[in-house]
Design a protein around this ligand. Sequence first.
Ligand code: SF4
Length: 424
Amino acid sequence: MAANTNNTPVAGCNNADVLRERGQHEVFCGLTGIVWLHRKMQDAFFLVVGSRTCAHLIQSAAGVMIFAEPRFATAILDERDLAGLADCNDELDRVVDEVLERRPNISTMFLVGSCPSEVIKLDLGNAADRLSERYAGRVRILNYSGSGIETTFTQGEDNCLKAMVPVLPATPAKQLLICGTLPDVVEDQFRRLFTAMGIEDVAFMPSRRADTPPGVGPSTLILLAQPFLGATARALIGRGAKLLDAPYPFGAEGTTAWLWAAAVEFGVSAERFEAVVEGPRARARKALTPMREALAGLTVTFLPDSQLEVPLARFLHAECGMHALEVGTPYLDRQILAGELDALPAGVRLSEGQHVDRQLDRVYADRPDLTVCGLGLANPLDARGLRTKWSIELVFSPVHGYEQAGDLAELFVRPLARSDRLAV
Ligand code: SF4
């Protein structure tokens, strides 16, 4: 895909029929996002209000050593809380007091709802307001839901960022706001590219410190770095910001088109843009060449899990020569995926939502060379001789931008190479 600088219409999947599935889910919950969110916001604390299951999930996902003092914890609701015999709010206040006394460097605390707190209808919004008053001027207390009821794991980040939108300071400045958690090294790469183009006023959300959040206002232009932040984008639009129509920065061409969407708005000339991206884009294309040799002509199916499915299918098709058979995604948010759907070739089977049995039946019938799916489905598929890639790895690994394009493609090559090594 090249930067579509002349707005030529392109044929794609934007008007394709979508198979809607409503059945059993097989996904992680939104608590998972705490793993990458707490690493990014270095002065934020995440207090899950949940069960022992929630505590186990987040501890094992984050791989915390027992001697480390992580910036997340679980306030465990026990049987007395669940039976309504204890005042959960008193308990919660006590736990928050303890944590904040022990961690004076925390500037923002997120109370994170879970399935149990939602089932007993514990109002964490009220709790956050009450505790915000108590800690006014010292710690900001916000709340969001990380529950796994009818959600998927990347929605935790969307809910977290959306919770921050009302407290962002207002700004009249014309600025570019990149939305979506990026590793610091990737953030720095993008900032350098924008600076070289002459775009100086660039903010990232979430920022590295929660106590210095970006501003937002009518001259803010939002560029999404992750394709699962629809609720956050709509909340920012509610504060007057404008959402740029762009694909996502995966691969050499995806990154170019993403950068170009911002460059156009800031009046960067095509010549200057080209001079800035020429070198890194060439490096990305070079890194992709051996990956394309390994992947071209192979088929791939995405089962709904991370909400990265549509942009990654576009990347594998356009830059690695793969044929996407089915692209399933938990939620097909057309507002933030329009640029991606246009770039998917017509004929790809698009599905939204989950019905595990029916989706597996289609995988068994299609027998794709590679299936990108959640952890829970990978083993059964591997046992049937299918090759799989865990989609959660694509969220935990640095995959955005030019310098990571080769690594992104390699994540798909690896399971194929491993299975070739195991073949006798
Ligand atoms: S929030 Fe729900 S799905 Fe997630 S670990 Fe807790 S109980 Fe399980």
